[in-house]
Design a protein around this ligand. Structure first.
Ligand SMILES: [Zn+2]
Length: 266
């Protein structure tokens, strides 16, 4: 079996994008329109959700730095993600740091409590980096949708300029995610999906399963010019033992997600 989701193939993916003329940028760069200055060329927003194993994120951050690419890393508050040394190191490499929030789940759906909790933790992450963007952590097992907090409160009042699920123009930006440890896992994802557009993309055949297939599509110019690519660095490793563990775990998770999705539909 040819191993996918290794750091080697991640590097190859980025190198292929650069060869095809894509600028690799962070989410705040996109919002501020900095990519346009690069004579309106193709770009990919590199978004990383640091759900777990922060050390793996340091590795992808180093690869990106070596390619002069910029990315955005969203950290959660829990120990599984929130590793101050890693946050500092990734910021020092020139990447953007953001808050991967899940305050509604942590506060049992109480919006007032969640808003206070959100502000406390935003201030915490701002000790390491002048955080400008935030991104929902969409745990499939939580009954709360983190974005519901914004029905009552406004993150822009705190100097936050954007949230990928809410401030990205998906009529212009094509979305790719490694959710489910493949590139077409949105089919089984409960929350990491783009309603309305994803069906259209699928109809056009813009769907790939393995990273190898995705790389081939990039080389053949089958991937749109403006893209947001979400990856979870905990999945990407060159270490064989960790790789097999992640592979088995994710296959199990995908089965559970299919059941959850079936339950919400029925
Ligand atoms: Zn997440």
């Amino acid at each position: 079996m040819m191993r996918d989701f290794t750091l080697d193939i991640y590097r190859e993916l980025l190198e292929t994008l650069q060869r095809q003329g894509y600028a690799l940028i962070g989410y705040a760069d996109y919002l501020k329109g900095e990519w346009r200055k690069a004579d309106g060329k193709n770009f990919v927003i590199l978004r990383h959700d640091v759900d777990a194993k922060p050390q793996n994120s340091l590795k992808t951050a180093q690869i990106e730095k070596s390619l002069k690419a910029k990315a955005t890393y969203y950290f959660r508050i829990g120990k599984e993600s929130n590793e101050p040394e890693v946050i500092r190191a990734i910021a020092a490499l020139g990447h953007e740091i953001g808050y991967h929030y899940e305050d509604m789940s942590l506060c049992d759906g109480d919006a007032d409590k969640a808003w206070s909790h959100f502000r406390t933790w935003l201030a915490y992450f701002r000790k390491y980096y002048a955080v400008e963007t935030i991104c929902m952590h969409g745990a499939p097992t939580s009954k709360w949708d983190g974005k519901d907090l914004w029905k009552k409160y406004d993150y822009k009042s705190l100097g936050i300029i954007g949230e990928p699920y809410l401030d990205t123009d998906f009529s212009d930006i094509f979305y790719l995610t490694d959710t489910g440890r493949c590139w077409d896992g949105y089919k089984v994802s409960v929350r990491d999906k783009i309603p309305g557009y994803q069906d259209e993309w699928t109809k056009k055949g813009q769907t790939w399963h393995t990273t190898g297939e995705l790389i081939e599509a990039i080389e053949k110019d089958q991937v749109p010019a403006h893209v947001m690519m979400t990856t979870h660095p905990q999945r990407w490793t060159n270490n064989r033992c960790a790789w097999y563990k992640e592979w088995i775990l994710q296959n199990m998770k995908n089965i559970i997600k299919r059941i959850l999705l079936w339950k919400t539909k029925n």
